[in-house]
Design a protein around this ligand. Structure first.
Ligand code: ADP
Length: 799
């Protein structure tokens, strides 16, 4: 026989209630009319709002916290001082991190924001660093955020926070991984699963079995519209509800049913980072539990554990401490378990596992939605979204956790002391973990400028360009690409390392559960993540699997990547030497000039490089003496010195084309030696000082080396300036070299102003003397042309 709840919160009466709100502490009109004869408006917007007596009391009080009692006093003093200051003096506020809290009604968030040292911005300020909203945030709003901003919701999270979506996604995942996804009670979605339910009921009857089912609105919260059924035959077919098997044997505390409110923080989805808060709430029902029967099936205070329901029972006990009353702390619950010889560690391992698996189901949806909102956001960059989720978990008598639902706007109401203690710590630790810094805004502006400059100077790549590329150019381009990828990977690894270090120091009461430290477990999660992409995004699964391996399973360390970059550079050098020493067959690149030094000359100079390497370790103090016989040797010695500052990176016979013409990029015995030496060099340096300066120095050295090599080659080519003697031409180039830093921008801007890309092509270079990469980062090319010498000593094209 079907028995719906006889209480006022039956399906029909509660289904009409507000389905949007998701906060335990804010009761809605119909519930109030049933229980307390108060209006929702009074509760939500009344003079006290949702801020409880306890909270307002705490507001006036200096709340003592771990080590920073004084700090809080200072903060409050500072606030007061700022408020009393005339406007002109309030400038200091400008240098404070701001939070826009217009979207939240919770006082405890404002208190914690100020406690941390942020200032609360005006309601209409969209530029705040932190934005906190109780309600759903539109994807447009997330798209509009600047990279330094943080908002407390992810797009796509509804895939696990709406009851029907959670059930649907969990069912799909359970099909792929049944042994892993078995922690949600069996669920059906109405109206689509109506016939399946009816058949299931018939089956039960045939086997003379009886079960209890709980029926909940798909988008409900706070226990609204929930009913228990013994017989589902009478359930309405057209409603948007979920039907779930009722967990009939829950673990009890002092004879009462309870559930756990567990807080989970997701700080990023690209990559996924999940933290579990080391405390939470235990919410007890207010009528002693009995297995569901026709007599008690409608007893809300027995079967539902929601605070919003039970607070209306006269037997609801407001606890004076953390381990008594109808709301207790998870810490006290753990103590209770220990006292009763339960395996607490095992329980929390299982809960943590369940949370990670749930977030793995959410991740493909969140990442997809996030990338749609914020295209081009670099991976491992701090995500603009974060989310504090409230997991509702029921424990059965075998200590097995069951996931009931996930709240994306868990209540931050602080009716009782226990609420304030736990939720204030949760918010404080959350904000600290976000690592919001004043400098983020500036960094963002600088990055934007850099990006704009890069775009301006980027050479326009047309298909025809690649079609007409020489073999050498193609190889070089592929090495460049590889190098860029490695640099990106290096940046990722570095950033991930720095982030982890910060998290470890500032996680407060959070424990990171994904990625997890336990290697076999992490491997299992990676495998499940791949399965989730296969299940939910089959079209993109292959590329996502690769990404997952790269992001979560990257075993390369900074030193390895630096070595690989060095390898690329060695390849690049080797390729250049091969090209310079012996032009490739079929090459359509610039033809060697009659005046170009022969490969023999290069061989000679390169040998001298190696011979003098150890002597010439000090950087050059003056430009080389152009026009003298000794010049090439001294120049080359400096070149080699700059390439191998510690004398370890010698490249014997570099520039020699190997017999048989080894292709660029292939590893020969000489190169291998060079790599080993180079790798050794990098490793040593890394060991002593791993930081950005190293790469910068390597690039600078390379740049200097290339400048020297270019000028030396030009000199060897005996450039003739029209109307200038050799000596005058030498002087011009010497001056250029001596004061390169000064001339560089002028020459570049001269070229950019005078010649646009069309004109550039039109310039008939009678003799294109030499083309070289001057800077790896900026890509400066030097072209010397007799045509243009008259107007400027040298034309430098900055591409
Ligand atoms: P709401 O979002 O409306 O709070 P929940 O899914 O959290 O809905 O359910 C409300 C309460 O009902 C839970 O706190 C729990 O006590 C009880 N409950 C929900 N589902 C089950 C279930 N499958 N078995 C046993 N009790 C349940």
């Amino acid at each position: 026989m079907s028995t719906s709840l006889k209480h006022s919160t039956s399906v029909s009466s509660l289904a009409s209630m507000d389905k949007g709100a998701n906060n335990d502490d804010i009761s809605l009109s119909s519930l109030h009319s049933h229980f307390a004869h108060r209006t929702a408006a009074n509760m939500v917007l009344g003079p006290a709002g949702p801020m409880s007596g306890y909270q307002s009391h705490m507001r006036a009080e200096n709340r003592p916290r771990q080590n920073d009692v004084n700090m809080e006093r200072v903060d409050n003093d500072e606030e007061r001082r700022l408020r009393n200051q005339p406007k002109a003096k309030r400038k200091k506020r400008k240098n404070m991190i701001t939070a826009n809290l217009s979207g939240t009604r919770y006082e405890v968030i404002r208190q914690m924001v100020e406690h941390i040292g942020f200032s609360v911005a005006k309601d209409d300020d969209p530029t705040s660093f932190l934005l906190w909203n109780d309600a759903f945030v539109s994807t447009e709003k997330i798209s509009d955020l600047k990279p330094y901003q943080r908002i407390n919701h992810f797009p796509g999270m509804g895939e696990v926070t709406r009851k029907d979506n959670l059930a649907r996604n969990m069912m799909k995942m359970a099909k792929a991984k049944p042994e892993e996804y078995n922690f949600v009670p069996r669920t059906w979605i109405l109206p689509s699963d109506y016939n399946i339910i009816q058949n299931y009921m018939k089956d039960l009857k045939a086997h003379k079995k009886s079960k209890t089912f709980i029926v909940k609105p798909s988008n409900g919260a706070q226990g609204h519209g929930i009913s228990l059924y013994k017989n589902l035959e009478k359930i309405p077919a057209q409603e948007h509800f979920i039907v779930q098997e009722y967990v009939e044997k829950p673990l009890l505390m002092d004879g009462y049913k309870f559930d756990l409110r567990i807080y989970v923080l997701v700080t990023s989805c690209d990559p996924l980072r999940v933290f579990l808060f080391n405390d939470g709430l235990v919410r007890l029902s207010t009528e002693k539990y009995l297995p569901p029967s026709e007599n008690n099936i409608s007893h809300l205070f027995m079967h539902l554990t929601n605070y919003s329901v039970n607070k209306h029972n006269e037997f609801y006990e407001k606890g004076a401490s953390l381990d008594a009353g109808s709301k207790r702390s998870i810490k006290s619950f753990n103590e209770y378990l220990r006292r009763n010889d339960y395996d607490v560690a095992l329980l929390w391992r299982n809960i943590s596992d369940m949370i990670v698996k749930t977030m793995i189901v959410a991740e493909p949806h969140i990442l997809h939605a996030y990338r749609m909102c914020r295209p081009g956001a670099p991976a491992v960059s701090d995500s603009v979204c974060f989310e504090v989720l409230g997991f509702d978990v029921l424990i059965d008598r075998k200590l097995r956790p069951w996931l009931l639902e996930i709240n994306r706007s868990p209540s931050f109401g602080t009716d009782e002391k226990i609420d304030f203690d736990i939720k204030s710590a949760l918010i404080e630790d959350t904000i600290r973990l976000l690592n919001i810094k004043m400098s983020d805004k500036k960094k963002n502006m600088t990055a934007q400028k850099l990006e704009a400059q890069k775009r301006l100077f980027r050479p326009s790549k047309r298909v025809s360009d690649t079609e007409h590329m020489t073999e050498y150019d193609k190889k070089r381009a592929s090495i460049e690409r590889r190098k860029d990828e490695l640099k990106e990977l290096l940046a990722r690894v570095k950033k991930a390392g720095a982030r982890e270090e910060y998290e470890n120091r500032n996680r407060g009461r959070f424990i990171r559960i994904f990625p997890c430290e336990d290697k076999p477990k992490q491997e299992k999660y990676i495998h499940l993540l791949e399965a989730a992409y296969t299940t939910f995004m089959s079209g993109r699964a292959t590329s996502m699997h690769k990404e997952i391996q790269l992001i979560y399973n990257n075993k390369l360390k900074e030193t390895d990547i630096l070595d690989m970059i060095a390898d690329c550079e060695a390849d690049e050098q080797q390729g250049k030497m091969n090209f310079e020493g012996k032009p490739m067959t079929g090459s359509r690149g610039p033809k060697p000039l009659a005046s170009m030094p022969s490969s023999e000359q290069f061989r000679g100079t390169d040998r001298e490089e190696d011979d003098e390497e150890s002597e010439s370790a000090s950087p050059p103090s003056t430009p080389y003496n152009r026009g003298t016989m000794s010049r090439p040797a001294s120049v080359n010695s400096r070149i080699s010195a700059s390439r191998t500052p510690n004398g370890m990176g010698s490249r014997p016979n570099s520039g020699l084309v190997q017999p048989g013409g080894r292709p660029i990029g292939s590893v020969g015995p000489n190169q291998t030696r060079s790599r080993q030496a180079g790798g050794q060099k990098l490793t040593n340096i890394q060991r002593s000082n791993v930081d950005d300066n190293f790469l910068v120095n390597v690039i600078r050295e390379r740049e200097e080396e290339l400048v020297r090599r270019t000028l030396q080659a030009l000199n060897d080519m005996r450039i003739k300036f029209p109307g200038k003697s050799d000596q005058e031409a030498d002087t011009i180039l010497d001056k250029l070299y001596e004061n390169w830093k000064f001339h560089k921008p002028r020459i570049a801007s001269y070229w950019l102003v005078k010649l646009d890309s069309i004109k550039r092509r039109k310039v008939k270079c009678k003799i294109m003397m030499f083309l070289c990469f001057l800077s790896i980062q900026k890509g400066i090319y030097i072209f010397l042309s007799h045509d243009n010498f008259a107007s400027f000593p040298c034309n430098v094209i900055m591409l």
